[in-house]
Design a protein around this ligand. Structure first.
Ligand code: UTP
Length: 299
């Protein structure tokens, strides 16, 4: 599959229960870091990696995601009339020219693997990316997916984004065993979903970026419900690596798990401190809050 990926899948049909009650009406992917929803960070990363077809796997409650990527004629007109050209640019660039959004429905939340399978009619027979928008990856250089697309293009292999986690956290991730690991990548020899710490084959965890061979689709079709009663992408990848090369890639960048309260807070702090207009004021606010609340470093 030695060519550049063009299509990216965004599975956004999960229930987002960890952010209730907010996610009763606002999809998790629409929660903002400063002024952009989580989904925009993932979309920008996919576009930077060279993708021009974005496939959103949604459910019937997630109109807000489709609305967000739709053209907002009235708002554009009002901003234009008011001379607010900077803001006009911002909303026009939610999806740049030449990039198309396709929406497919996952009628029932049967698991991440099932959500990816729903994108099959749009992807067809070419390698593609999967991005989970609640994993936000901050990097000053090329984005994580762009790094992975380079690796996939050079190797012809499927590529999984990985990072080391502490052993007590293995039960929250897909965990890979890897051979011949050089500085950043190695061949995956096995993968298991959410293993207990004592059963995990390593502490190298898969996070929400994948470049996958289209061979994953028939394997997903044959995958039965696994961990948590869900059709797991991990199980299909486990079948894939008996047929084709799958690489684990340790990306450059910092990943924030914005599907959790602390992850979203951490990401907000990072982006605020790295923001050209907000940085100074944000660090002052943080210092004030720490002083006022008398929070001291536990160390
Ligand atoms: P999560 O495990 O984070 O589940 O899904 P969730 O429902 O989004 O959130 P919580 O755990 O209830 O708070 C990982 C990714 O897979 C998608 C989710 O939208 C998220 O991007 N997903 C999961 C689907 O699209 N469909 C599914 O059936 C399950």
């Amino acid at each position: 599959m030695n060519h550049r990926i063009r299509k990216a899948v965004f599975p956004v049909a999960g229930l987002g229960t960890r952010f209730l009650p907010a996610t009763k009406t606002v999809p998790k992917e629409m929660l903002p870091i400063i002024d952009r929803p989580l989904i925009q960070y993932a979309v920008d990363e996919a576009i930077e990696a060279g993708c021009d077809t974005l496939v959103f796997v949604t459910n019937r409650y997630k109109h807000a995601v489709a609305d967000y990527f739709d053209k907002a004629y009235e708002l554009e007109q009002k901003l234009e009339q008011a001379g607010k050209l900077e803001q006009l640019e911002l909303i026009r660039n939610v999806l740049p020219k030449g990039v198309r959004a396709v929406f497919v429905t996952q009628a029932e939340a049967l698991g991440l693997g099932h959500a990816v399978l729903c994108a099959k009619p749009v992807i067809g027979d070419e390698p593609f990316a999967v991005l989970l928008p609640d994993d936000v990856i901050w990097n000053r250089g090329p984005g994580a997916l762009s790094q992975m697309a380079d690796v996939a293009e050079r190797s012809g292999a499927s590529v999984l984004a990985t990072q080391s986690v502490s052993r007590e956290k293995t039960s929250s991730y897909g965990i890979v065993a890897v051979e011949s690991f050089d500085e950043r990548q190695g061949r995956v020899t096995s993968i298991v979903e959410k293993p207990a710490p004592e059963e995990a084959p390593s502490t190298l965890a898969v996070v929400g970026r994948y470049v996958l061979s289209p061979r994953i689709f028939p394997l997903l079709e044959a995958t039965r419900p696994g961990a948590g009663g869900e059709i797991q992408l991990t199980d299909a990848i486990s079948a894939l690596l008996t047929e084709q090369e799958v690489l684990a890639y340790r990306f450059r960048g910092t990943r924030f798990d914005c599907g959790t309260h602390l992850g979203l807070i951490e990401a907000t702090i990072r982006y605020a401190l790295d923001h050209e207009k907000l940085s100074e004021a944000a660090s002052r606010l943080m210092q004030n809050a720490l002083d006022e609340l008398g929070v001291v470093d536990a160390d």
